[in-house]
Write a protein that binds this ligand. Structure first.
Ligand code: C5P
Length: 355
């Protein structure tokens, strides 16, 4: 019987980029956050004398051959498990392609989860308290395979709020933020991630950012991220309920009481890609400004480009504040598509994975 899996989007709450490395990648310190928005990936797999793959999608921009991340993931997984199977994958696309929302990467993990269910391989989802180093065998192997498929694939094997280091593939769970209203604006403009990284290199060449100084900066940032989130839990801060989830919900009296604001994280998180993407696409900077609504009673807690874009997001204290942001967008940039959603903590991410 086919297995249908939700393939959730992510945003980058913060994203700091280092200098180019000899391996062609860039060091990163980022905080990923999964969202309620999703594509649906349906997998059918039966053991067979040799492996065959058939991939379809409702969106003709999705590659249906070995270039597809889901194809790569399933092929590597079967090779690694030493299993031959006849596999059918259908991707029902609802998220934008090339949007900075990690949709293709999430599809790869959803295809893997579907394949595992079809073949009867059970995995304990990563609980908030379980550290990566404690896991072994297949669970460690699938993280390795995910990293081979793409730098922002492994985060979807964790879900919720996730710290990403090295080239973004070295992931560890952070204490989750409570479901927070989020407006995602999806401009038509496509931004190539590889090109954005090349533009970053040109920018920092002028700033003489060496590999050493960049590593120092990223290490400092990753420590700050980890401790800013951990502090809330260890100190049992107001925001960290017994569930170990940072609170940012609409039950709070005002933004000053939300944990993310109190820890000061929102005052210094940012996305380095904005420095190269905004000058080339000034309309994206304008959308960020509208999402932020600075100076209005419904102002965002935080607004930013996600990944290298072109999607942008705003986080809001209440549903009403999110709706006000959508109304501002509709009035000032009528052609822009926007979606009101919420951030998705790790527990719900795994509970709601199967349809
Ligand atoms: O890992 P992924 O396939 O997503 O990377 C796509 C491209 O983005 C890489 O080939 C590289 O040019 C660039 N990249 C990078 N540094 C990273 C991640 C990606 O330069 N940390």
């Amino acid at each position: 019987m086919p297995t249908a899996v939700r393939s959730h989007a992510k945003i980058n709450l913060g994203l700091h980029i280092g200098a180019p490395r000899p391996d062609g990648f860039h060091g990163l310190a980022t905080v990923y956050q999964t969202l309620e928005l999703y594509d649906i990936v349906t997998v059918t797999a039966l053991p067979a004398p040799s492996t065959t793959l058939c991939l379809t999608s409702n969106d003709n921009r999705v590659p249906t051959d070995k270039c597809n991340t889901a194809w790569k993931m399933v092929t590597l997984a079967l090779e690694s498990l030493g299993i031959f199977a006849e596999v059918k994958i259908h991707i029902d696309k609802r998220l934008p392609v090339q949007g900075g929302l990690g949709a293709g990467s999430a599809n790869a993990v959803a295809a893997l989860v579907g394949l595992e269910a079809e073949l009867g391989i059970t995995i304990q989802p990563c609980a908030p308290s379980v550290s990566i180093s404690l896991r072994n065998g297949w669970e460690a192997k699938r993280l390795e395979i995910a990293a081979q498929v793409g730098s922002d694939v492994p985060l979807f094997l964790i879900g919720g709020t996730v710290l990403g280091l090295d080239r973004g593939q070295q992931v560890s769970p952070l204490p989750d933020i409570e479901p927070t209203w989020c407006v995602v604006a999806v401009p038509e403009t496509g931004v190539s991630t590889a090109q954005a990284f090349r533009d970053w290199d040109v920018l920092i060449a002028d700033e003489r950012l060496t590999e050493q100084s960049s590593n120092d900066r990223l290490e400092q940032l990753s420590r700050t991220y980890a401790s800013a989130f951990a502090e809330e839990i260890l100190e049992g801060g107001q925001g960290a309920g017994s569930s170990g989830v940072l609170s940012l919900g609409e039950d709070r009296a005002g933004p000053e009481e939300s944990a993310l604001v109190r820890t000061g994280i929102l005052s210094w998180v940012g996305n380095d890609f904005e420095r190269v993407v905004f000058p080339q696409h000034p309309s994206l900077a304008e959308i960020k400004r509208i999402l932020a609504g600075f100076g209005t009673p419904e102002a965002a807690l935080h607004a930013s480009l996600s990944g290298s874009g072109s999607a942008l997001f705003g986080l809001y204290q209440t549903r009403g504040d999110g709706e006000a942001a959508q109304a501002r967008l509709k009035q000032q940039v009528p052609e822009i598509r926007s979606v009101l959603t919420r951030t998705l903590p790790r527990g719900a991410y795994w509970r709601e994975m199967f349809l």
